[in-house]
Design a protein around this ligand. Structure first.
Ligand code: KG4
Ligand code: ZN
Length: 343
């Protein structure tokens, strides 16, 4: 049986993305980045994001169809991120998706953005022939700029959040400390590059939440610790370039050590068949390597997205999740944005 061709849209934050997927296969995944627009604000400016999404959405969808070599008439359903995300940004994608479903007379499938990151590691390249099924139960680790969540995937569509951040997301912490160091926005990828030139043992950061039995994480303490250390160090003279490298390496190590500590505790308690990693920070090679240790101890392998484009915000992950949903919602259904949607 031919699997449905899905046109997927994600406008949850600052990137406008459209993709064509078929089952777990990604036929195209186009991302119109707004990073340059928001750099000057040191974060995402919602009204600017909304305007840029409006401008970019039609050409991005057209490019996704063209790159996948799929005609509009062949699309079986439209999937769109319903939340969580920035309300004005989500609105643009949802309105456009609704227009398309009317025009093409196909169903609309609402998708949770975090579920997209959670399952992004099961996406496959267009050339894949065999679908790689997920072996349940699986552990999903989402580490992004908006979310840090550890989720037990009990079966298809059945999730149990085992732990999550109590304050900032891991990527948000890297971005905020990056701002203190004037590294530009977003800082995660720059911190990864700088860390390669630094000593991760140069500054000893605390390991948060070790005395509590929950699997939650907290990064605000690492941020405050960074601010205090930097204030002290820069009181007399600015940091040397090597000190900046060392600071980045030590911070990155502290953030990832905290995540790995909680993941090892989860794996001691829960027996899972697979571990999936997703979200913008999952592009980081050090995080992947550090996570592999507790996972290997359980005889498991870490599954990561097959390309870095699937780590960041993208529509292909939304299409892959939509392809797993058994019954697309009726095409008349009124979907509303849900900025605070949970799993
Ligand atoms: O998934 P994403 O594109 O957007 C959200 O849903 O948040 O993640 C963006 C986050 C930012 O905080 C960015 O600094 C971080 O991912 N990031 C990285 C790397 N690339 C992006 N963090 C660490 N290392 C990287 N290579
Ligand atoms: Zn995201």
């Amino acid at each position: 049986m031919k699997q449905s061709l899905i046109l997927a849209i994600d406008t949850s934050a600052d990137d406008t993305s459209a993709a064509v997927t078929q089952g777990t296969r990604v036929l195209s995944n186009v991302i119109a980045s707004q990073t340059e627009l928001h750099k000057q604000y040191g974060g995402i400016f919602p009204t600017v994001a909304k305007l840029a999404h409006k401008e970019n959405i039609a050409p991005t969808v057209a490019a996704a169809l063209k790159r996948a070599r799929v005609a509009e008439k062949d699309i079986d359903a439209v999937a769109v991120t319903q939340g969580p995300g920035l309300a004005p940004a989500l609105e643009v994608g949802i309105s456009f998706a609704k227009e398309l479903t009317k025009k093409w007379n196909v169903p609309l499938i609402p998708v949770n953005h975090v579920e997209g990151h959670l399952l992004s590691a099961i996406a496959q390249p267009p050339s894949a022939i065999i679908k790689m099924p997920l072996s349940y139960p699986a552990l999903g680790i989402v580490v992004s700029g908006g979310h840090t969540s550890f989720v037990l995937i009990e079966e298809s569509n059945k999730y149990k959040v085992l732990g999550q951040t109590l304050d900032d997301a891991a990527g948000e912490c890297l971005d905020k400390v990056g701002r203190m160091l004037n590294l530009g926005y977003p800082a995660g990828a720059i911190i990864e590059q700088f860390s390669k030139l630094g000593n991760s043992k140069a500054i000893e950061f605390p390991l948060p939440l070790t005395t509590v039995k929950t699997f939650d994480v907290s990064f605000s303490g690492l941020k405050t610790f960074s601010r205090n250390v930097l204030a002290k160090k820069t009181a007399d003279q600015p940091l040397t370039q090597q000190e900046i490298y060392n600071f980045c390496a030590s911070l990155q190590y502290a953030v990832f050590r905290h995540i790995c500590y909680k993941i090892s505790k989860i794996l001691e308690k829960y027996s899972v068949n697979e571990v999936l990693l997703g979200g913008g920070v999952s592009a980081n090679a050090t995080l992947r390597n550090m996570l592999r240790q507790p996972i290997k101890k359980q005889g498991l392998k870490l599954k990561v997205p097959y390309t870095k484009r699937l780590c960041m915000d993208n529509a292909a992950m939304i299409g892959v999740v939509a392809g797993m949903k058994a019954d697309p919602k009726d095409k008349e259904m009124e979907i509303e944005r849900q900025p605070n949607l949970g799993l």
